[in-house]
Write a protein that binds this ligand. Structure first.
Ligand code: ARG
Length: 404
């Protein structure tokens, strides 16, 4: 019996060529798996195309709910943002796709899985390390990495094998999308001096074309999970769709970043992530109300670690599990509402309230009603400064121009 392989199929040129190539080179029956993570694609057309180019079976799976609940929102709660700017949209979809590839391979009795990544990016690492964690026995084939075809050669291969060329062939960019954001690479963007032309953006309006009047939005959270928008309870998928539109309409969420890939390359990346950027700002603001200074400081370290391991393809690692347990605990009281203002591409938090807030007006106020015992401050400073004073007396520093 012919062995089966499950290919993660986008419907684009490379994965379409891969269907034929896997059959030709390895004699495998190819089952394609196309996953909806909120990318704006025609999934029916992708399915038909897969069959047309030679797949024995073409599966489509709506994984949006799982993506938001198990990947995007946990990352939001962790506060994980790579290199301080990238909300990790693409990086987060990879482990989910890896998981679904493995599940499908098991269901279909396939002995291998395949993806369309090249050998230069992070995504190959994320797929393959994810698959290794979930199914160490499964073989992985990476056609686009193996065949070494240039773009022109892939086009020629497609023409030769009656593989329809995508309509987007004249689009010079490489684009990856899901509900957490849109990643754009290639073309003129490879020159880091060039401002991104307006045609790279699809989810965000140019700030000059946005409403002159500021927009406001209120996000409600329960245990660090966004649960409502402007007072209306919403499921995660619905909330992200709505917020991408709303914030994108005010030009929020454009990111231009020279990023360090895991494989050692610096690469210029453009992202659009209106909802993610808004939620990250809102969540952070709510944490300033509900977490202690010590929790905030420690969580920043956890967030940085978390972001790196997501970026580096270690979603299914033991460390990630450990950190997730910390995050779960840290979010116990992260309930409340944050009010944000959106205007001409700028986002600002303008209000926050929380039932378990640590902000105490009586302690903070400079007006009447002050409950803070200012006399106690003198004693506090005396003891806080004690070791400094004793050391200064016992070990006087030499008067030296250089030192300060
Ligand atoms: N640099 C980002 C990352 O590694 C985005 C990658 C986008 N991928 C793509 N095929 N366009 O997560």
């Amino acid at each position: 019996m012919t062995e089966k392989i499950v290919l993660a199929y986008s419907g684009g040129l490379d994965t379409s060529v891969a269907v034929r190539w896997l059959k030709q080179k390895y004699g495998l029956d190819v089952i394609t798996l196309t996953i909806d993570v909120g990318n704006e694609a025609d999934f029916t057309a992708a399915r038909q195309k897969a069959l047309r180019v030679g797949a024995v079976k073409a599966l489509v799976k709506d994984a949006r709910e799982e993506f938001v609940r198990q990947y995007a929102f946990p990352t939001l709660r962790a506060g994980a943002v790579y290199q301080g700017v990238y909300p990790l949209a693409t990086a987060l979809s990879r482990p989910l796709i890896a998981k679904l590839l493995v599940e499908t391979a098991r269901q279909e009795g396939a002995t291998a899985v395949a993806h369309g990544c090249t050998g230069k990016g992070n995504d190959q690492v994320r797929f393959e390390v994810g698959i290794a964690a979930l199914a160490p026995d499964l073989k992985v084939i990476a056609p686009a990495r193996e065949w070494g075809m240039t773009r022109e050669q892939s086009i020629a291969y497609a023409a030769e094998h009656d593989i329809p060329l995508p309509m987007t062939l004249d689009n010079p960019y490489s684009i990856d999308e899901n509900l957490w954001g849109r990643s754009i690479e290639c073309g003129i963007l490879e020159d880091p001096w060039q401002e991104p032309p307006e045609d790279v953006f699809a989810w965000t309006k140019p700030p000059a074309d946005t409403p002159d009047e500021a927009g406001y939005v209120e996000i409600g959270f329960e245990r660090g999970v966004p649960v409502s928008l402007d007072g209306q309870t919403m499921d995660g998928v619905g909330l992200l769709i709505r917020l991408n539109e709303l914030a994108g309409g005010h030009g929020i969420g454009r990111i231009d970043h020279v990023e360090d890939r895991l494989v050692g390359i610096k690469s210029r990346e453009i992202y659009e992530a209106p909802a993610a950027v808004t939620l990250i700002a809102a969540h952070q603001a709510l944490e300033t109300m509900t977490l202690s200074r010590a929790q905030l400081a420690f969580k920043r370290q956890v967030a940085a670690e978390y972001a790196n391991l997501i970026y580096d393809g270690l979603w299914f690692s033991a460390l990630k599990k450990d950190l997730a347990a910390y995050v779960e605990s840290a979010q116990r009281f992260v309930n409340g509402t944050v009010r944000l203002k959106m205007h001409k591409g700028n986002l600002s938090v303008v209000g926050r309230r929380a039932p378990h807030s640590l902000y105490h007006h009586g302690l903070a106020t400079y007006d009447k009603g002050d409950q803070f015992d200012q006399d106690a401050a003198a004693g506090f400073i005396h003891i806080w400064g004690l070791p400094v004073r004793i050391q200064a007396e016992a070990q006087p520093e030499p008067k030296d121009e250089e030192s300060s």
